[in-house]
Design a protein around this ligand. Structure first.
Ligand SMILES: [Zn+2]
Length: 618
């Protein structure tokens, strides 16, 4: 996923304080998934056959899930699945009903479904339908889409929301293959994280197959008025007609990214790599659903300045989808490696200046998360027991993880580290591993080969201690040093805003210029800047975000119309949450936040609602 810097928590500050002291004191059992009720050590699900009909009137997916099972322990007779808000109609084995029961519900984990298995049962079918409030499914009205004509549906299973639309063993250490048949209104197209045929007949009846074993959080479905445009032999884009051309142009380097990554880190193992452009309510930047990354439209900037998101989701095809975190504590194995690869892909494609600028921006974002998070949440191997699994998403697993890998690279040399990565992806292909398994692998490889350059103590400090170890790499950018100088001259009135030559500035320079302005600025300075560069009207959503943050901090009213529209039209949590949080600091701001939130709510994803409702008046 690409969410960076905005942990999805209840009301921001309070949700992190739910630590139970006795639970924290107890030792974490490595590899134990504290976010699943399922029992794969007794009985493992290996394949899913899904048949669902999308009912847009009722906002329900209705049908059945048939699970192939393998007994790990002879005599195991109860299969435990994860569910959340599912309505179970019946459970059958070989067409015969079997006993089942739903256990007590847990706010974070949902409800366990225990199924009594006859001896020799090899397959179980659960007949069910989802609830309209399913946490992993968003139903959009036509008005909430780009085209305004047809409804839209998309799922978001990571971290543990697959259980809200499929009863299964919802743990990343269980890998399954799947087949699916999805029925939709006849004029809509369904796509999944599986084999998609871009030229399939549009008849409301679609079949899919995912032959590689994947963790449940990578199961994904979208339905809408979607069209396809090829970008290369193996790459293409699905989008609503209104967005298709712009998206295909913005992301036209995707095929090159794929080829460059393969050259360095080994073969792409998933056949096609397509992008799906979602409506603006998609709560994240992107989601690495295999073969079909789900992408926010907010990165279509017209100048490819925000395509590191695509590099990120593509990189997950290696780190995350091929080698997977076994539990959510180990998420940094997914996101840290992926963030590291993202920087490297951007450098291969666009050169070292861009690499350095993006690394500095990532580092600054990491520093502000370290300042904001409690120490326990600054560890790569985070303790999430008793907590909402979505709380793992901060810059820590992403940028801190990447920085640790960057340090190893700097110590042993880039060539040696690339070779290590190539072998690592090969060694653990299609496995789900823990932090501890990674450390054991490191013992046998780099720590053995480079004892004078690397130490286990240092690696453990990175993984198990808060903050950054002393002497951690600090990314530098020459381009940004120039921006510091320009900013300083403007702030000290040595230069007018309209004398600043920004003709060669990219989005990165703008973000660095804006993000490092002082919190408090006189209205006249803001007006001067806005007049010179029309920042309030910026069509780049990241630049607009940075500018609107400044506007809110300084109550710069000329930007408030745009601010309101921005909050109402965008549901990407990384972009809206900091604005809500800042607005909530004053009664006036809170009033505006409440008005915007209430207008936007119908179009926001459940995760965006949950992350921001604490900032508004009830
Ligand atoms: Zn990611």
């Amino acid at each position: 996923m690409f969410s960076c810097s905005q942990p999805v928590t209840g009301s921001g500050e309070t949700a992190l304080s739910q630590h139970n002291d006795t639970a924290v004191a107890k030792h974490i059992e490595a590899g134990n998934d504290y976010h699943s009720f399922s029992n794969p050590d007794e009985i493992t699900v290996t394949h899913l056959d899904l048949a669902l009909t999308a009912d847009f009137e009722q906002k329900q997916l209705k049908g059945r899930a048939t699970l192939d099972i393998v007994r790990q322990q002879a005599g195991a007779d109860t299969l435990v699945l994860d569910t959340r808000d599912l309505n179970i109609n019946s459970v059958t084995v070989n067409g015969q009903s079997v006993d089942y029961s739903l256990g007590a519900s847990d706010a974070n984990l949902g409800t366990p479904l225990s199924i009594s298995l006859p001896a020799n049962a090899k397959q179980v079918t659960v007949n069910y339908h989802t609830s309209p409030e399913a946490s992993g499914v968003q139903w959009l009205t036509p008005a909430q889409t780009a085209g305004k004509q047809h409804p839209f549906l998309f799922t978001q299973a990571q971290a543990i929301h697959a259980r809200s639309f499929i009863p299964l063993q919802d743990s990343p250490q269980v890998r399954i293959t799947y087949d699916a048949n999805i029925k939709t209104p006849a004029n809509l197209l369904a796509v999944m994280s599986a084999s998609n045929n871009p030229h399939t007949e549009r008849d409301g009846d679609y079949s899919f197959s995912m032959p590689q074993p994947i963790p449940s959080y990578l199961i994904a479905l979208a339905i809408g008025d979607l069209q396809f445009q090829a970008m290369g032999d193996r790459t293409g884009v699905y989008a609503e007609p209104a967005l298709l051309k712009a998206a295909a142009a913005e992301f036209e380097d995707t095929e090159s990214m794929l080829e460059l990554t393969e050259e360095k880190y080994g073969p792409y193992r998933w056949d096609r790599y397509d992008l799906l452009i979602l409506p603006p309510s998609f709560p994240f930047g992107g989601m690495e659903n295999p073969r079909l990354s789900f992408i926010t439209p907010t990165v279509i900037a017209g100048d490819k300045s925000l395509v590191s998101l695509i590099a990120h989701e593509l990189a997950h095809s290696w780190s995350g989808n091929t080698v997977t975190n076994a539990t959510w504590r180990d998420l940094w194995l997914n996101e840290g490696f992926t963030t590291y690869l993202t920087y490297r892909i951007m450098e291969m494609l666009y050169g070292p200046d861009r690499y350095n600028m993006e690394a500095v921006l990532g580092y600054q974002s990491l520093q502000s998360d370290i300042d904001a998070l409690p120490e326990a949440d600054q560890k790569l191997a985070i303790d999430l027991r008793g907590r909402n699994a979505d709380e793992v998403f901060s810059d820590i697993p992403y940028e801190k993880g990447a920085l640790m890998l960057r340090e190893i690279e700097q110590k042993i040399g880039r060539e040696a580290f690339d070779k290590f990565l190539l072998n690592y992806f090969e060694h653990f292909a299609f496995e789900s591993i823990t932090t501890d398994v990674f450390l054991t692998y490191l013992d046998k490889t780099l720590l053995k080969d480079y004892p004078e350059k690397l130490s286990r103590a240092r690696i453990e400090q990175w993984i198990f201690q808060p903050g950054l170890p002393e002497g951690a790499p600090e990314p530098q950018s020459d381009a940004f040093s120039d921006i510091d100088e320009v900013r300083q001259r403007w702030l000290t009135d040595k230069r007018d805003a309209n004398e600043i030559d920004t003709t060669l500035w990219t989005t990165h320079e703008w973000l660095y210029f804006l993000n490092n302005l002082p919190d408090s600025l006189p209205a006249q300075k803001l007006e001067e800047l806005d007049n010179a560069f029309s920042l309030t009207q910026s069509q780049n959503n990241e630049i607009a975000h940075s500018w609107l943050m400044i506007a809110v901090k300084n109550e710069y009213k000329p930007a408030y119309d745009r601010l309101y529209k921005y909050l109402v039209n965008i549901g990407r949590n990384k972009l809206v949450k900091p604005l809500y949080r800042e607005l909530a600091k004053t009664p006036q701001g809170k009033k505006l936040a409440t008005k915007a939130f209430n207008e936007a709510k119908a179009g926001y994803h459940p995760l965006t609602i949950k992350a921001n409702e604490g900032f508004i008046n009830d």
